[in-house]
Design a protein. Sequence first.
Length: 1067
Amino acid sequence: MTLKIKVLSAAIAVSLINSTSTAFAETLYYNTTGEHSAGMWDWQSLGYIIGAGENNSGDLTLKGTSGYDHDFSAGKDGGKGTLTISEFSRNVNDTTYFSVGSVTKENVTLSNTEGVLNLVGADIGEVTTLGLDIGSSGFSDWHTKRESTVTGTLNIVDGAVMNVGKAENFSNNKAYVGAGNISNTGIINISGAGSALHLINNAPYYGDSVENGTLYLGFIGNGIINITDGGKLSAGRVSASTTLAGKNSVTMAKPPFAEINVTGEKSQLIIGSQMVLAADAYDDLQMIDATLTQKGAGSAVLNVSDHAEVIFEGKANTDIDGFDNPVSGLFMAGNAATSATVNLNQDGFISIANSTLSPDKDAIVAGDGVYAFNLNGGTLRVNDCSYCEDTLSTEVDMNVLSRSTLESGDNNQMLLKGSLAGEGGIVKTGAGLVALAGKNHYLGGTWVEGGELRADNDGALVNNTPYTVNGGKLNLNQHDLLMSSLSGKGGAVDVTTANLIIDQNSASLYAGSFVGAGSVEKKGTATLYLSGDSRQYNGAIAVLSGGVDSSRALGGNITVHNGGTLSAEGYLGKTEVMNAGVLKAGSQYQQKETPVSLEIDRGLTNSGTILLAKSGNITRQQVGNKLLVNGNYSGQNGDIYFNTVLADDTSATDRMIVTGDTDGKTFVHVNNVGGNGAYTKKGIELINVAGQSQGEFVQKERIVGGAYEYFLSRGVGKDSSNWYLVNTRPSSELDPEPAVEPEAVLRPEASEYGANLRAANMLFVHRLHDRLGEPHYVDSLTGEEKVTSMWLRHVGGHTRFRDNSGQLKTQANRYVLQLGGDIAQWSSDQRDRFHLGIMGGYANQKSNTRNYRSDYRADGSVHGYSLGAYATWLQDNEEKTGAYIDSWMLYSWFDNSVTGQSLAAESYKSKGITASVEAGYTWKLAEKNKRESYFIQPVAQLTWMGVKADRHHEMNGTSVEGTGDGNIQSRLGVRTFIKGHSLLDEGKERLFEPFVEVNWLHNTKNFGASLNGYHIEQAGTRNIGEIKVGVESQLGKNINLWVNIAQQIGDKAYSDTQAILGFKYLF
């Protein structure tokens, strides 16, 4: 691209530079060091060329109240010169000219030329120069092969101001920085608040809106500008890194170079019309009868950072003669031999827009060279100015090196048609529009803080990257997008006629909304939390995997797929929960401790799972949550979970309200939240249906509260559309005559807790004869009678009983293994005998209970061990007649479990002491012969049962406490037996004792359990009758064996059958 820049000036810089060498006389050189602080500087006698000639140097400081009224040159033709203007030194002539670091045309001096001009402080006033040369020589000097260098430096600091040119016709408003020869280098440093260099727009003879105050930087040379710490440079045009073109084209040993650095708070570079970075240009540099054209050459760099700003004002030159004129904007790398770089670094700003005066539309243009527009933490801004359109457009590709900002203000728009690529991210700010049309590949994510960020092409918004919308709108504009995450504090995502996929594996919160009528798909394992109002969204939303949590409103047509979870409160559009999908009423993000309400508009279809608030999770105790379906509900074999305080009809509960019709089948689950259970009449309403109630709600598993069994039942009469929880068995609408109040249904587990406690207290209870069989013998060495033994007994038993309500039937099977032996014996009169022994055992029982009204079952088990001791006194040990007293004490410990049908297993422990004292008297009734005698033995026994079960809380929250421990069982009975042996066993030390025993047993307490204060106990065990038959035998000198069977019968269908097999070995 060729840019035409018409430079209109009567006082031409080239002629000035070339004429200077002839005007300056050697006698006007100032090659010394000095200060001037008062009065006018006498340039005619003291000189005005500071540091001129081979190896000469000069240093002049104008300060105080001094003044000057003539041109100055610092550093010329191999000299080193420094001019400092400070304090209150003033220029009293606004037609002066400054040259800093220069050589006469074709001068080949061997010494380096160095010139420095220091303008210090605001008190020196605005310094005006008609033209400015910094490190420059004439245009025709390009062919001079100079071994030395020429360097000019202009320092404007501490609030000093320099104006190049004046606002009048033909005023020289050109600055050449590093111009004329490749050995020339010009440097301008502008630093500090108020410090400024202005290239003044003059008033030419023809044309309007002229911006011709031009700075040539690196024109066939090298130029550097540093604007720092609040400094300012303004120019109509900046032409950087160029050379002569056309018939005046030059050949250089190396290409030119230009660098512009703008950094620091409030530092500014203001461009009236255009900046050329190594781009081609047409410049009417009128040299009497010559026209010189420029083209881009070498390389140019613009660096902007640290809150500094480059501003393009959008002005241009429109001539009355109809010529094509320069356009406003930024132009880079005009041909293949050039390179240009813009580094918009951290917190730097470039404000630019298309000019209203420009025939071209793009404000940033790149040619055929190598260029880089680097967004490295800075801000590219649509400028809002008098000569600007409301648009910044460009086809330039940009490198996004770090998180950078695109700013478009109110009513403005930025159209980026090139590619954005790199590791950084893009932040959209301002109330206007930024439209992306290129194939973009930046990887650092996208932020929308305000206004609108719009995709104008497929691939304009980058797939598989995170998006954050804090304000404004992200507009997909009919182009599909795959996000790796979505977050932000507000704003909107417009998915009109587009498919948005959010595939994220880490949780995020988006507080904005969805708008439009496209589709949104949530994928990935993590949860997307939504707290905005998307009620007006009319598209589709599919939760395919992971979770979506909406705490306010989510409209459209929502589908929760297999593996997806939607948590919501407030408002949802029409919703379908598919197989294995989950809908939770209540936002997990909000974590409310109070009940939540969820309204679903236009209907709900459920073939998955619906959880009302934290149903199924007793760590979160909300109850009273409401699901309102505005429309029809269709159950497709889905599940729904409710939280309920299971008690009477007034109990707090979650509810589902359907304003339309219901159909299909739904399985209902109820979680008890702290309910103790209570009698219901009408029931606890779970589901209210205003329309046609054709749907069936089926209880999925047991519902228990305290000791009560609850059932899901359709209402009766006018309430037949609704569904209730009742703890009486469902009945027909026909009321019985006379009216009978139904009885509450009890849980079978209650009886199992009692059965376990009864077993723990009674498994090791025994009587003297259960371990007796202790005949005397004569010690073979001493002749002393001794009885030393070790015994073992096996017990098996079966019990049946009912509870006090008559609903529960329990049966149990037990097994006991107990062993012991004497550790001491003695006698007080050679006839009686005292025995002291120890014993231990293992026992278990398995039981089951069935409620015949509900048909539910429960299983129980108990197993444990015991250790203890016994003591016995026999009045006549030899004949075994007379009185006896037996006592024992045991410590027992058990593991218990109760498992209800469809309920979790409950485990707990029990432990305690049981003790007994028993007394009896044996009479010999008759003796048939020496081998056979008849006896009767009345007995009495008291047994204290002190095994207690730990207080237990079931997983459903029911508190369970065993009852009946501390029971005292009394037994009164009579035993008749025959002791003898047959003739065949004569002399074989064999003895047999068949017996029959009848007992009456009385218990002071019945074993049972209290569930949340409701007491259920065994029935029929207060008074029990028993008959026992068996035989005890001595099979040899050292072996005893006994066996018996007993049957107990009590009230209320209580019965117990037991068999014992005992074995004793005598030492």
